[in-house]
Design a protein around this ligand. Structure first.
Ligand SMILES: *[C@@H]1O[C@H](CO)[C@@H](O)[C@H](O)[C@H]1NC(C)=O
Ligand SMILES: *[C@@H]1O[C@H](CO)[C@@H](O)[C@H](O)[C@H]1NC(C)=O
Ligand SMILES: *[C@@H]1O[C@H](CO)[C@@H](O)[C@H](O)[C@H]1NC(C)=O
Length: 400
């Protein structure tokens, strides 16, 4: 088949800069009309099934809530409330430790219960990296670890633009291609969580990195307005509309205060994803429900995936904790990560654009409420990370 021939040719392409091997996602060759027709029938189908789906999801939410999906046995609402006031801030490593200790959970804390790596059915890491979380730095670190530990690293050719979700066919194609890559490998790409089992494929080791959702959006905002970055995306996609001076000059605070569409309106009805506001989308998956911004249901599904599927979701905000957890829970791929990282830290500080992170009070209030569920998910992930770390390093804490 010509598609296969083309595919294997593309697979051999190499990124000269860091020798990451490329993988190609084929574009569907269907005509636009067919896609439109499909979209219309899908909409109709979804419409017919929305009620059923809604009640199923409601059922699911009830089943899943609350303690099962809260890393510390708290509901999200309690997490940032003053329940934590008695202890140190619960959203810190030390606060999490104090909390686990005072509730008697510490004693029974066992890394084996927090370790999803043994559940993987193949020796393959699927890192569906989130944008603006320092994923290029992690990608580079993985490449160096691959050279040391003997595994291959793959990623895609940069696509000029892509839909926020992949359809069933593309998802299946991705799964099949990743299977062809074989064992002892890491695949890094912007993608949504994929259920490999659903496609009859052995499940991989899932990892990801996160960052505070508001900081992530500010970072994306200034990143896209950086002249060099803008020029780069223009080269990749010559059809991209040019922007006026105001686009580049407007400060984030002013953009949000004036609710400039689509960039600075963060409500559930704004489908814009160009600043990658949908943090939960990538951890939730490709189904329609996952595209809902700041939605309780999307958040619950994302939490479920993190808890049950992801081996590690870390953050550069907690570099040492993240590297230690990666080493402890996925040793095959991350042994020596801390050593390699700190040997030459500056090497891993890439693709960053320095920008103003200051938030005016009114803007901060608006963002905090617009991102409430995204923040809940973020805190959930941080607590899980701390918990994984504490489970391994309990004794070091006790001697302090
Ligand atoms: C993945 O798909 C399998 C098979 O369809 C299903 O049994 C399983 O519940 C799914 N897992 C998740 C986390 O959605
Ligand atoms: C993290 O680890 C490195 C290397 O082990 C050490 O130099 C650094 O002080 C640590 N940083 C923090 C915040 O603990
Ligand atoms: C640390 O960096 C030096 C060169 O800068 C290199 O020779 C050495 O192998 C590195 N060590 C590790 C553990 O990466």
């Amino acid at each position: 088949m010509s598609l296969n021939a083309e595919r294997s040719y593309k697979m051999k392409l190499r990124d000269v800069e860091n020798a990451f091997k490329y993988r190609r996602i084929p574009y569907p060759k269907r005509s636009v009309e067919l896609i439109a027709l499909l979209a219309i029938s899908c909409t109709f189908f979804l419409f017919m099934h929305t009620n059923k789906l809604n009640s199923r999801l409601k059922e699911m939410e009830v089943k899943l809530q609350p303690s099962e999906f809260s890393a510390l046995g708290l509901t999200g609402n309690h997490i940032s409330g003053h329940d934590a006031g008695k202890h140190d801030d619960i959203n810190t490593l030390h606060g999490t430790y104090q909390y686990l200790k005072s509730t008697g959970q510490l004693e029974n804390l066992d890394p084996a219960h927090l370790n999803n790596t043994p559940k993987a059915e193949r020796d393959f890491v699927f890192y569906n990296r989130l944008e603006k979380t320092g994923s290029q730095s992690m990608t580079r670190l993985i490449k160096q670890l691959g050279d040391r530990l003997g595994f291959d690293t793959y990623r895609n050719i940069v696509r000029p633009s892509r839909p926020i979700t992949d359809d069933e066919e593309n998802e299946n194609d991705l799964v099949e291609q990743l299977f062809e890559l074989g064992e002892h490998a890491v695949y890094v790409e912007h993608a949504n969580w994929v259920n490999f089992t659903k496609h009859g494929s052995p499940s991989p080791i899932y990892i990801n990195m996160i960052r505070h959702p508001i900081q992530k959006v500010i970072s994306a905002y200034y990143y896209q307005r950086h002249p060099l970055i803008f020029a780069q995306t223009l080269m990749r996609n010559p059809n991209k509309p040019l922007k006026n001076k105001k686009f580049f000059d407007t400060k984030f605070n002013d953009c949000v205060r004036n609710r400039v569409r689509p960039y600075c309106v963060f409500d559930a009805h704004n489908p814009f994803n160009g600043d990658w506001r949908r943090f939960s989308l990538h951890l939730c998956g490709n189904s329609e429900i996952c595209t809902h911004f700041n939605s309780e249901t999307t958040t619950q599904i994302a939490k479920m995936n993190v808890e049950r599927e992801y081996a590690v979701v870390g953050s550069w905000e907690d570099t040492n904790v993240t590297l230690a957890v990666l080493e402890a829970y996925i040793p095959r791929f991350f042994t020596g990560a801390t050593e390699v990282y700190y040997n030459r830290t500056e090497q891993f500080t890439i693709n960053t654009v320095s920008h103003d992170t200051h938030l005016d009070k009114d803007v901060e209030e608006y963002l905090k409420s617009s991102f409430s569920f995204e923040i809940e998910l973020y805190l959930f992930i941080k607590q899980r990370l701390y918990k994984q770390y504490i489970a391994v390093h309990k004794n070091a804490f006790q001697s302090n």
